[in-house]
Design a protein around this ligand. Sequence first.
Ligand code: F0G
Length: 471
Amino acid sequence: MAAAPTTSTRLAYQQCIMPGCGASYGVEEVRTSCDACGALLDVQYDWDALPVPDKLSWFEQKWSRRNEPLARSGVWRFHELLPFAPADKVVTIGEGQTPLIMTDGVGEYIGMNRGNLLLEYEGMNPSGSFKDNGMTAAFTHAHTVGATRAACASTGNTSASLALYCCSSKLMQAVIFIGSGKISYGKLSQALDYGALTVQIAGDFDDAMQRVQQVSKQLGIYLVNSVNPFRLEGQKTIMLRVLESLNWQVPDWIVVPGGNLGNSSSFGKAFYELKQLGLIDRMPRLAVINAAGANTLHELYEKRGLRWNNGQPDQKIIDGYAVELDTGGRRADTIASAIEINRPVNLEKCLRALEWMDGVVREVTDQEILDAKAQVGASGMGCEPASAASVAGAKKLREEGVIDPDSRVVCILTGHQLKDPTATVAYHTADQEEFNRVLGSRGVTRAAFANRAVQVENNLDEIVRAIQLNS
Ligand code: F0G
C-alpha cells in the first residue's frame, strides 16, 4: 500500500519529450521548453523509488477523508500519480468535483446504444472550466519556486482560472493577455472581479500567446499556459476521475475538443503512465476534435499524414503549414472561442498522445457544434460551444462507423454553459436578424433544436392563452 507522497526533487524532474534529445532539468526550474533542442518538456518521475499504489481502487480510501483539502480535491486525491510537490506546498480550492454522467438523450443523437455515452462535466469546476485541474498544479509549482506573478494568454477560461487561484490564495498577482474583442464577457468579468491585471492586445489568441511567452521570459513572470508541463500533470486527473466513475474500468473512447492541445496531450500521458505502472490493462482510443475554422491538427494529422514517428515528426510538414498560415494571412475563425487557435503549442505532445492511444482527429463546423451544444443543453447539463465539439465529433465518428454503437464513449465537456451566452441565445432566438448577425456570418443557417421564447403582450388573457398553446 502506498504512503503519502514524500516528494524530493530527485524523484521528479523535467525532461525533453523528444527521445533523441531527452535532456533533463530539475523540478525546481521554471521553463517551458528544452534548452538543448527547443522541444516541449514533460514532468517525469522515478516511479520505482516512489510509493505508487498497486491498484487504482486504493484511491477509494480518500473518499472517507473529505474534510482534508488534499483528499477532497479531485486533483490532489491522486497526488501519488503527480508527486512533484510536497503536500504542504499544494494550493487547492477544491477543484475537480466533477461528475461523469450517462446521457441517453445525447447518446441517441450521436447514434449510440443505450448506456454507452457518458459526458464528463468539467464545467462544474470553481472557475467554470477544466482549466482548474491544470491551474492548481501549475500554481502549486509556481508556489514551490517562489513566484510572485503568474501570466497567461487566454480566450477566457485560463484567465478566469488563474485569476481565481491568485485572488483566493493571495500568493501571486495574475497578469492576463487577451486579444481585443476575443474574450467572452462572462470570463472577462471573472478576471476583472478577481483583480487580475488584464492586458488587452490588438490581435487574436495566437498573437496573445506569442506575446505572453516573450513578456514572461523578459520579466521573469511565471507562465501558466499549457506549455507549462506542470499544468498538464493536473489535467491527467480528469482521466483518473473518469476511471474512478467507471469503477476503474477503461472506456473505449475519449473524445475531446482540440485547441492548444493540452488536454489531449495530458490524457495520453495519463493513460501511458497508468499502463506502464500496471494500473490499467489497456488504453482507450483518443479522438481530438477541431473546429473547422481552426483545424491545424486535422489538416496536419489526417490530410498531410503528420505523425509522432517515434519522436521525429516531419518538421517540413509543420513548417510548411506555418508558412501557409503566414502567407495566406489566415486567422482561426469559429464560434467556439476556446478552440479558435491555429498554432497549437502542444502539437508534438498531442501527436505522441495520438500514437499512444491509436487516435483520430476530426473537424466539425460551427453548425454541427451548435446543434450538438443544444442537445447537451437539452440533456440537462449544458456546455460552451468549444466543449460541444466533442459531442459533434463523436457523432461524426459514429456516422463514419469508426465508433461502434456498443462501445463506451466519454466526451469531455470542457467548459460551462454560461460562457458565450450570446451564441446560445442567438441559436434559440426567433429574431432572424439577430440570428444572422451572430451566427449567419459563421455559416450557421438553421437551428434545428431551437427553443424559442414566446412573445406575448402584457395582458393576462394573452399570457394564459400563450401558455396553454405551448405547453
Ligand atoms: N475547451 C475549453 C472550454 C477551453 O477553454 C479550451 C482552451 C479548450 C477546450 C482547448 O483545450 O488547449 O487543451 O486543447 N481554452 C484556452 C483559454 C484557449 O484561454 O482558456 P486544449
